[in-house]
Design a protein around this ligand. Structure first.
Ligand SMILES: [Zn+2]
Length: 191
């Protein structure tokens, strides 16, 4: 097959050269209100791969990206934390046969991490794509949390843009007694 990113011949959906380039990425941190949001990439450096999201190949691309980022993040940074931590993906809705956010959270499971699949779903299916901050604020996602209460959690989404979704998600979780430690996203659209 060919690498989805550079079209070179490759045994993997992302070739070794592109992987090496992507692995060089640094985790960045952004504050949204009092919430720390960590992102592995800038949106621009990953745009082409992220646009695969709703295509037949997106499933493999997201799985591979998760293996390179979310999985080692949990292994290296959370492994020595003895607390039980919940992983909660934002609106793990199935679209085109899979949920791209669930592919990310699935890679984070471990001895002390429990993935609460599809526990935080949006009632409002509004698309924020290319919408202004005012529009986003006027049209909340209306999240409903159906997971366990009294947990420490990492909130996961694929892209952070204005941060309104993550802020709203955290507010809903906190009302349900879930303490969000921080949010983790694949890409920051502001970088
Ligand atoms: Zn490549």
């Amino acid at each position: 097959m060919r690498c989805f990113s550079c079209h070179a011949l490759s045994l993997n959906i992302i070739c070794k050269q592109c992987k090496d380039n992507l692995l060089g990425a640094n985790i960045t941190k952004r504050k949204i209100g009092s919430l720390d949001v960590y992102s592995f990439y800038s949106y621009t450096s990953l745009e082409k791969l992220l646009l695969s999201k709703h295509t037949p190949i997106g499933h493999r691309v997201y799985k591979e990206l998760a293996k390179m980022t979310f999985k080692p993040f949990m292994e290296h940074f959370i492994a020595h934390d003895a607390r039980d931590i919940a992983v909660i993906g934002v609106d793990e809705r199935i679209k085109g046969g899979y949920s791209h956010v669930a592919l990310l959270t699935h890679s984070m499971r471990g001895a002390h991490t429990k993935v609460l699949y599809a526990s935080l779903m949006a009632n409002n299916k509004v698309s924020y794509s290319a919408q202004s901050l005012d529009y986003r604020l006027a049209n909340p996602r209306d999240f409903v949390y159906k997971g366990k209460q009294g947990m420490d959690a990492i909130l996961v989404d694929d892209i952070v843009t204005t941060g309104t979704t993550l802020s709203e998600a955290r507010a809903v979780l906190q009302k349900s007694g879930v303490d969000v430690l921080f949010a983790l996203t694949l890409a920051d659209a502001r970088l």
